[in-house]
Design a protein around this ligand. Structure first.
Ligand code: COA
Length: 153
């Protein structure tokens, strides 16, 4: 398959906004509190333009079929490392899943951050998102912090 990985550009934003909604819809079953309209996750112009982040897209037949970003963030002072690469906007179009595309994309993001002195990586994933958890575990990630929520009126 002819697949090109490249950094996203501002021209990609209309397509990326649609894929962002695909991530929102994929996560909706795991969190009933996600808004039904106006649920936006990412600051796309910043992720594209800022020096401390890389938003990558995978393109097949002129269509963006996968996305993901790494952003270098300051870590909690109590940890042994000063900064980490935060991974997000992990998305692969349904017809292309299970072919290792997310693995390749994550490896590109991790390498980019390593070249900038980053050795530790974090991401958030819903506990029920088994496909995503398996994909991340295959890339070497291990569960760490669990967020607990309470809705009480
Ligand atoms: C999570 C996601 C990005 C993974 O992308 P991918 O390219 O399919 O992942 P990979 O092929 O690199 O992942 C490898 C592993 O993921 C698991 N996996 C991927 N798709 C799966 C599916 N549909 N069902 C079950 N497991 C799946 C498998 O264990 C697979 O390993 P295998 O190839 O040895 O079977 C993709 O499923 C997706 O876009 N999901 C919807 C959006 C989403 O939930 N994003 C995550 C937000 S945290």
């Amino acid at each position: 398959m002819n697949l090109i990985f490249r950094p996203a550009t501002l021209n990609d934003i209309p397509a990326l906004l649609q894929l962002e909604q695909a991530v929102v819809e994929a996560e909706r079953p795991f969190n009933p509190q996600i808004k039904h309209s106006g649920a936006w996750y990412y600051d796309l112009p910043a992720l594209i333009a800022q020096d401390d982040s890389l938003l990558l897209v995978a393109v097949h037949a002129d269509q963006i079929i996968a996305t993901g970003y790494v952003q270098i963030r300051a870590t909690k002072p109590a940890l042994t490392y000063r900064q980490h690469g935060y991974l997000g906007f992990m998305y692969v179009a349904e017809d292309f899943r299970g072919q290792g595309i997310n693995q390749q994309l994550m490896q590109n993001l991790i390498t980019w951050a390593q070249e900038r002195g980053v050795s530790d990586f974090h991401l958030d994933v819903y506990a029920g998102n088994e496909a995503a958890i398996r994909a991340y575990e295959k890339a070497g990630f291990k569960p760490c912090l669990m967020q607990m929520t309470l809705h009480q009126e």
